[in-house]
Design a protein around this ligand. Structure first.
Ligand code: HEC
Length: 166
């Protein structure tokens, strides 16, 4: 058989597959809970890509960790709590109904990211999700403060008094 016939047949088969999958599977709404397969696959790819992307270009972190965490606490309330919730663990209604859902920041999958990975995520955001990029909004130092603060989030920790409401 001529090669071009094979190519056309392959293209037709692919187009048919796209149409079938498109009409039966792919939805554009955010109501449905993301499926297990999709979550496992997307999470695995996300972790790999984040880890790969954060190999270089991450600036040095501020050395005074305690001051950094305190600053991050304040920034978190204005920048992040509107989706992830004040405690990082109880997303707001908007965060809860995004697709994918706003992550639970105290979950082991999130806490096990390295500081560099977290810096990269906050600076660059996560495409095709509600996670915004803060690279044009916050300085590198502020992003480090946010990372250091996120790493202190633990189950049951009370939001400190004086922190602004979302
Ligand atoms: C507009 C809503 C929104 C805001 C504001 C927001 N996030 Fe997110 N964030 C999300 C969503 C949605 C995800 C889930 C992305 C995914 O699952 O791929 C996410 C994911 C993350 C992740 C990755 C967790 C994972 O599961 O891989 C981190 C870390 C994170 N956010 C931290 C922050 C920090 C820190 C701030 C504030 C500087 C912030 N987010 C602000 C919506 C938001």
């Amino acid at each position: 058989m001529k090669r071009w016939i094979l190519v056309v047949l392959f293209a037709l088969a692919l187009a048919a597959l796209v149409v079938i999958v498109g009409f039966t599977q792919i939805r554009v709404d955010a109501l449905q809970e993301p499926g297990q397969l999709e979550t496992v696959f997307a999470t695995g790819v996300k972790h790999l890509l984040v880890h790969w992307s954060s190999r270089e270009g991450i600036p040095p972190a501020p050395t005074n960790l305690q001051a950094s965490v305190e600053e991050g606490d304040k920034l978190y309330a204005t920048d992040c709590s509107m989706c992830h919730g004040l405690d990082g663990h109880t997303p707001t209604d908007s965060g809860r109904w995004m697709y994918p859902r706003a992550s639970d920041l105290i979950a082991p999958e999130v806490q096990q990211y390295s500081d560099r990975d977290l810096f990269w995520i906050v600076k660059n955001g996560i495409r095709l999700s509600g996670m915004p990029a803060f690279g044009r909004v916050e300085s590198d130092e502020h992003i480090w403060n946010l990372v250091h603060y996120v790493k202190t989030l633990r189950e049951g920790a009370q939001p400190e008094s004086g922190r602004a409401a979302p």
